[in-house]
Design a protein around this ligand. Structure first.
Ligand code: M6R
Length: 587
């Protein structure tokens, strides 16, 4: 959450930073700001609203060194004043994360000082101003030693012609140019600007000038960190002929399945070694990643016949989990930076578990602690709502479950080989517009299913509520009659997913129960003859027939398109839903 950009070089910093912030807007979009250094002076502009609220000011701020920020508010409402950068004396800073002890630090060092903003971040710049007496490294080190919480901070000081990065538990990436260097929260903001990057470690302090980068570790020793290839390309950020990233990314589901299969082949040998001797599996993740864990649980239990639990990472890390040396933890995260998931991984490692990260971000925090990575190769996902990363995760998890079970991976590859073309067919399936119209007018939408369909129902509900703001629930179809049925009336819509043949009859009972209470029903199914059974009573969205275990790849496309189309009918911005951010790097 929050995107930060820094630039130092020979070009107009404000323009480069503005473009970078637009690429990072998915990390937060309630306010934005830029500060530049020119002639020994710092100029700050900041505005409530999206990054384009800065467009008219870009020309007014000169300087070839600068910092920028796009905010997702944690402390203090979205406003011009609470927007970053924050400045005091010779300093301006941008911050991503939370300073948990800001109130204590304020009371201790600035008892009678009234702060300008309501943010936790202002304490950083106040402390820098108070502790600086000519030695920047020592002042930044001192401030870092006082802060508790998580942070990626970029500091600009009128005495230094460059930028300083300080990082702990939040992402910061340094990009190398020629006669210029860059800083960003994530690789997409650097796409097309630099092909090489470095990722500082927690506790590092990095001095970035136009001519080079010097990094000091937490003990203030000069250290070298590896240079890596920047995998993000400008092409991955283009919308093409799609009006929104959400639609573009749903259309990229077939490619995410294909790409993930290819990359699994390269990771397979190492994954096989890590899963050797595993007796129990715990899967952790948040939001959509947790929902793909629900599918993985079913794969692992049915293929390997060992117990598997899917846990919400933010709950799991505080419940004193039982971990033994033969426990495998699978941590799922598109961004690889979700704070709860990364902390869950660290906890499991400290308790002796083996950890496999399933992620779309090869250099992310989660990969640094894992024993092995099952890569998701979905490409950059910009829309806040996860779509192609979910199907990429399911693909990787399907293969990983085969590896855990010691089943023929060749047969799994063969079953997956047909899926991209079936995904393409699903993108064309009829009836979603009508269902979107039903959902947009409804008083509430209930996604129902059994077994693997129930896992997709949870994701359908999350997707629809996230982008349309229509109240939704994802529920086991058989559980409906134990309470939720009380909510069904003429305004309710049930979306029942039926792809498990052996449970189809049971799910059909739920359809009948909703219809009997005058609720409207749509069925997403690939079961032959289902249209006939419900002719004139329920709308059926027919998806292609496929291997039963892989049906989530297709039913997911249907629920994603449904969410997208409902959002448009209700005039929502599907790419940037209210109150949310893509990468949740705070607790
Ligand atoms: O980057 P992660 O996969 O760890 O993110 C986890 C959730 O924040 C994320 O899936 C969220 O639920 C999505 N916005 C859902 O569409």
């Amino acid at each position: 959450m929050c995107g930060i950009v820094g630039y130092t070089g020979g070009r107009r910093a404000s323009e480069i930073i503005y473009e970078g912030l637009k690429q990072l807007e998915y990390r937060g979009y309630d306010s934005a700001g830029i500060a530049t250094l020119s002639g020994g002076n710092i100029t700050v502009v900041k505005r409530q609203g999206r990054v384009n609220a800065l467009e008219n000011c870009i020309g007014d701020i000169s300087g070839s060194t600068g910092i920028g920020h796009t905010r997702w508010a944690t402390h203090g409402k979205p406003s011009d004043i609470n927007a970053h950068p924050h400045s005091a004396g010779k300093f301006a800073v941008v911050h991503n994360g939370i300073i948990e002890n800001y109130a204590y630090l304020k009371e201790r060092f600035f008892k009678d000082v009234s702060f300008t903003s309501q943010t936790d971040s202002e304490i950083i710049v106040r402390l820098l101003d108070a502790f600086y007496s000519g030695n920047l490294l020592s002042a930044i080190n001192k401030v870092g030693s006082l802060l508790k919480g998580s942070y990626a901070i970029v500091v600009m000081c009128t005495d230094f012609n460059g930028l300083v990065v300080l990082k702990y538990n939040n992402p910061a990436i340094i990009g190398y140019g020629s006669g210029e260097n860059f800083i960003a929260s994530d690789c997409p903001a650097l796409a097309g600007l630099c092909s090489e990057i470095t990722i500082p470690e927690d506790g590092d302090i990095a001095f970035v000038t136009k001519d080079g980068v010097e990094i000091y570790d937490a003990g203030l020793n000069r250290v070298e960190r590896p240079r890596l290839e920047n995998l993000a390309t400008p092409a991955s950020l283009e919308l093409g002929d799609c009006p929104h990233y959400m639609l573009k990314e749903i259309r990229e589901v077939p490619a995410s399945v294909e790409g993930t299969v290819l990359s699994y082949r390269t990771a397979e040998a190492k994954l096989k070694r890590v899963v050797n001797g595993v007796k129990r599996v715990i899967i952790i993740g948040c939001g959509t990643a947790y929902n793909s864990g629900l599918v993985a649980k079913r794969y692992i239990e049915s293929f390997a016949r060992i117990p598997a639990e899917a846990e919400i990472a933010g709950e799991f890390r505080y419940k004193n989990p039982i971990i033994t040396a033969d426990t495998l933890v699978i941590a799922i995260s598109q961004s690889g930076e979700t704070a709860d998931t990364v902390e869950g991984v660290k906890l499991c490692k400290s308790l002796g578990a083996k950890v496999i990260a399933v992620t779309n971000s090869p250099y992310s925090g989660i990969t640094r602690y894992a024993d092995a990575v099952a890569p998701v190769t979905a490409g950059s996902e910009i829309c806040v709502a996860a779509t192609k990363s979910y199907t990429g995760q399911i693909t990787a998890l399907y293969l990983l479950a085969h590896t855990i079970a010691g089943l023929s991976i060749g047969e799994a590859y063969a079953r997956l080989a047909v899926m991209p073309s079936l995904c393409k067919k699903t993108l064309e399936c009829a009836g979603i517009d009508t269902l979107a119209d039903m959902c947009a007018r409804s008083g509430g939408v209930y996604f129902l299913g059994r077994d693997i369909d129930c896992a997709v129902a949870a994701e359908g509900s999350l997707k629809l509520k996230e982008v349309s703001y229509v109240p939704c629930e994802g529920y086991p179809a058989g559980e409906l009659k134990h309470g939720t049925l009380a909510l069904i009336d003429i305004k309710a819509v049930a979306v029942v997913i039926i792809t498990s043949k052996h449970l189809a009859g049971k799910s059909e009972n739920a359809v009948e129960q909703v219809l009997s209470r005058r609720g409207k029903v749509a069925i997403i199914s690939n079961i032959d003859g289902i249209e006939k059974t419900f002719e004139g009573r329920a709308q059926v969205i027919k998806i292609p027939a496929c291997d039963e275990n892989l049906s989530p790849l297709l039913s997911a496309i249907a629920v994603q398109l449904l969410a997208y189309k409902t959002a448009l009918l209700l005039d929502r911005d599907p790419d940037k839903p209210r109150n949310l951010a893509k990468s949740v790097t705070v607790e």
